[in-house]
Design a protein around this ligand. Structure first.
Ligand code: NAP
Length: 264
């Protein structure tokens, strides 16, 4: 893999190198911003990054999954971003369609996580209004870190009870059945989760964009065309004024572009 941006002497030296980056190099390339001195939550304001993959023609999935438009290096970056995060925030439909499992503890990242004051694996936080989730799955019954279920105050009490009985921790972050995105970010930060990573899906990401709580987008551009009517990476009503982001870094391998954009 090679770095296309920012261009430094090292970038130039490595431009033609088709070597695989180590996980440590990837972790350094995707490090969360340093905490602001004196800020809340143990010195760290929440930072919400999204990691998404899109085809050249804007599809965020093929046959209902993102795997067909991904690649091995994309999955290595996906794993690295998880390893850097306190919590992985995900919409219920992605959990259902992609068959989410608990995040694993990975020996390669153990030292890094310990140095960052993190447990062995990130928690997974599932957003759901219906709570129509299969609480008998390992995601809820046997994660390393209890799975969080974020929902609204008006969610069905029997489903909340089912989630808790399975071992999940239910967090109320909305007044109706749904979750208020800004409240969700704050609630997670209050639990000590300030390095947030969302893996979508598009309906969730659209709300995070609209609420103005997204700080960073790690977008893999997959050199594929799918046509069809797949979702884009962010859906829902459009924002009044397009949100401008700034390019932080751009990596390339085998025609896949791994970009990292952040809010100005
Ligand atoms: N390309 C990529 O990088 C990428 C990433 C992730 C997913 N995907 C693909 O995207 C598809 C699924 O995405 P999606 O957009 O349909 O769904 P999604 O965003 O994953 O999940 C939507 C569901 O999340 C819950 N939810 C969302 N916002 C909520 C809120 N404010 N309050 C409470 N619950 C909320 C609701 O669950 P309930 O229905 O339970 O109430 C809603 O139905 C899959 O095909 C997946 O493969 C692609």
């Amino acid at each position: 893999m090679r770095r296309l941006f920012p261009v430094t002497d090292e970038t130039v030296a490595r431009t033609q190198e088709e070597v695989e980056w180590s996980l440590a190099e990837l972790a350094a390339a995707y490090a969360y911003p340093e905490p602001v001195p004196g800020a809340g939550s143990g010195g760290r304001e929440p930072w919400l990054r999204a990691n998404m993959v899109s085809t050249l023609d804007g599809a965020a999935q093929h046959d209902g999954r993102s795997q067909p438009i991904s690649t091995a290096t994309d999955m290595r970056i996906f794993g690295t971003l998880r390893a850097l995060a306190d919590v992985v925030v995900v919409g219920a439909e992605t959990v259902r369609q992609e068959g989410y499992r608990p995040a694993r503890a990975r020996a390669e990242f153990a030292e890094l996580r310990e140095a960052a004051g993190q447990g062995p694996a990130p928690a997974v936080a599932v957003l759901s209004a219906s709570l129509d989730l299969d609480f008998s799955l390992p995601l809820y019954t046997s994660p390393l870190v209890p799975t969080l279920v974020l929902t609204g105050a008006a969610a069905a009490p029997d489903r909340i009870a089912a989630a808790e009985k399975a071992g999940a921790r239910v967090v109320i972050a909305g007044d109706g059945v749904g979750v208020d995105p800004a409240r969700a970010v704050r609630a997670l930060a209050d639990l000590g989760h300030t390095r947030l990573l969302t893996e979508g899906g598009p309906r969730l990401l659209g709300q995070l964009v609209a609420a103005g709580v997204l700080d960073e987008l790690c977008l893999t551009l997959s050199p594929m065309l799918t046509a069809g009517d797949a979702q884009r990476i962010a859906g829902g009503p459009s924002v009044a004024v397009p949100r401008r982001f700034v390019l932080e870094s751009l990596l390339e391998e085998d025609g896949f572009l791994f970009s990292r954009y952040r809010r100005p």
